[in-house]
Design a protein around this ligand. Structure first.
Ligand code: MSP
Length: 498
């Protein structure tokens, strides 16, 4: 089956930070996991390059907007391999193929009667590139997110008739209760629709940095309409000479942060309905990484410098920390101290130690050959249940539950080492069979854990599986099997203590 997953496309007028890494790594874990299951996966990320904030930043720096985006986009493009992210394509909304398709789809929406011309007057935040309602603007007319002054704007606009989709959207929410996940975000989006939808600006005429409106030269499309369409347009040109739209549209999951919920759960499905296109199956909304109580972002600075952590501890350690530390779907604080504590306890002590001692004991007691002995039935039952559980959890994008389920087994196997004390068994030649079973169960259990953990820790699990001389990561081999492993190599500590 095809599986299409996307991240938000990131604004290029700031440097990439941990928040961007977070969404992207989460999508990567899902994409890698689905590939292990043999699904036909397409994973998209990219940059959002138009709009007033970019135009303003370019003006401030005395360069053209195109120069600014050409200078900044590579920072995001280069971030992906650095995070070991396996995206299948990287879209830039300044790609000419994207722009042509945006014009096509929005012209279709107009031809279908959902666009009209009018005058817009309201409070606008140039930093959000978004109009605020009177309630949001409040009496002091400050942006509720940035606390900076809003601008009163009046301009000739084309409007998208969002209000006409109120009933269709409610019907969608009734029929597909998992269209927005998790549940508390579904409720939030639904309440927004129920409070009444107003038509929205589809175009801007006070600046020119955007996709030109084909039927009126003085306008460019409002950046959000251009940006949302990336999920659809990319498929048409990601593979030269091949159109992947039929194969992958509609997407299974759009992964987004809670700040852009309104656009993805209301504007986006309404636009697709207006264009007569199929809707994505799910929008999964995750929470914010916080520094103390504040959202981490370009204004709040970084609690953790992702590049410093990766240089010192490796990419896997950063990926793992972000996916384990914050309950997926909720906000959570991150810090360097938190990072170090989790690195020590879960990577160095739990998983790293299980790997090191298992491999060391096979060398010490059995000359580096995993015995073909019968496996411990209880251990096999526990570990074999894991892949089913993780599949079921990741079908719901419950990365936290999946991580917990895996960790339960990691700890259980470490306890098994203590309980069976192979160093004592080794002293008694009459207990050689028992020792064989313990070593075989540990090595096979470790192998299966490495397979299931691979999406979180791609580099270290590859290293471990290479040492076990069993490099396959397909889920077909995520069950313990006696006699599967034979001679194995030695292994340097995967997560050395600092
Ligand atoms: N360009 C728009 C999105 C268009 S999608 C069609 C945008 N870009 S952004 O650069 O501001 O990135 C927003 C996304 O980055 C959030 O939705 C979230 O996925 C991620 N994050 C940015 N800061 C974050 C945190 N502090 N915590 C977690 N994720 C955050 O909005």
């Amino acid at each position: 089956m095809s599986f299409y997953v996307t991240t938000p496309i990131y604004y290029v007028n700031a440097a990439p930070h941990l928040g961007h890494a977070y969404s992207t790594i989460a999508a990567d874990v899902i994409a890698r996991h689905m590939r292990q299951r043999g699904e036909d996966v397409f994973f998209l990320t990219g940059t959002d390059e138009h709009g007033e904030p970019v135009a303003l930043a370019a003006e401030r720096e005395g360069v053209t907007p195109q120069e600014l985006v050409d200078r900044n986009a590579p920072r995001f493009i280069d971030l992906m391999p650095r995070l070991n992210v396996s995206n299948d394509f990287f879209i830039r909304t300044t790609d000419s193929e994207h722009k042509t398709r945006v014009q096509e789809v929005l012209s279709r929406i107009r031809a279908n009667g959902h666009v009209y011309e009018g005058i817009y007057e309201g409070w606008y935040c140039p930093r959000c590139a978004d109009f605020k309602t009177d309630a949001e603007a409040g009496e002091d007319h400050l942006c509720p997110i940035h606390r900076t002054p809003l601008v009163r704007q009046k301009e000739n606009n084309y409007f998208f008739r969002l209000s006409a989709f109120q009933d269709d959207l409610l019907e969608l929410f009734d029929e597909q209760p998992d269209f927005v996940m998790p549940r508390h975000r579904y409720n939030e989006a639904r309440a927004f629709i129920e409070s009444g939808l107003q038509d929205v600006s589809l175009s801007r005429s006070t600046f020119t940095w955007g996709v030109p409106v084909p039927w009126d030269e003085g306008h460019v499309f409002y950046v959000w309409f251009d940006a949302l369409l990336n999920y659809y347009t990319a498929l048409a040109y990601a593979r030269p000479g091949e159109d992947l739209t039929e194969r992958f549209w509609p997407a299974q999951f759009h992964l987004i942060g809670k700040d852009i919920l309104k656009f993805h759960t209301i504007f986006w499905p309404a636009m697709l309905m207006a264009a007569g296109l199929p809707l994505p199956e799910h929008v999964f909304v995750h929470g914010f990484l916080l520094i103390g109580k504040d959202k981490m972002g370009k204004s709040a600075g970084n609690a953790i410098d992702p590049f410093k952590i990766m240089d010192e501890y490796g990419t896997d350690a950063l990926r793992f920390y972000l996916m384990r530390e914050v309950s997926f779907g909720h906000d959570g604080a991150v810090s360097e101290e938190g990072f170090r504590a989790r690195y020590e306890s879960e990577l160095a002590n739990d998983f790293g130690n299980l790997a090191s001692r298992t491999i060391a004991m096979v060398h010490r007691y059995r000359d580096g050959v995993v015995p073909g002995a019968e496996l411990d039935a209880d251990r096999a039952a526990e570990v074999d249940a894991l892949s089913g559980e993780v599949c079921e959890q990741l079908d719901r994008l419950d990365l936290t539950a999946a991580g917990d389920a895996i960790w339960l087994r990691v700890r259980r196997l470490n306890r098994y080492v203590e309980e069976r004390a192979p160093w004592t068994l080794a002293k008694d030649p009459d207990r050689a069979d028992e020792l064989d079973t313990v070593l075989a169960s540990l090595a096979e259990g470790l192998r299966v854990l490495a397979v299931v953990l691979h999406p979180w820790l791609p580099q270290s699990t590859d290293k471990l599986l290479d040492a076990l001389r069993s490099p396959q990561v397909e889920f077909e081999c995520a069950r313990m099997q006696a006699g599967r492993l034979g001679e194995i190599a030695k292994l340097a500590p995967l997560f050395p203590k600092r």
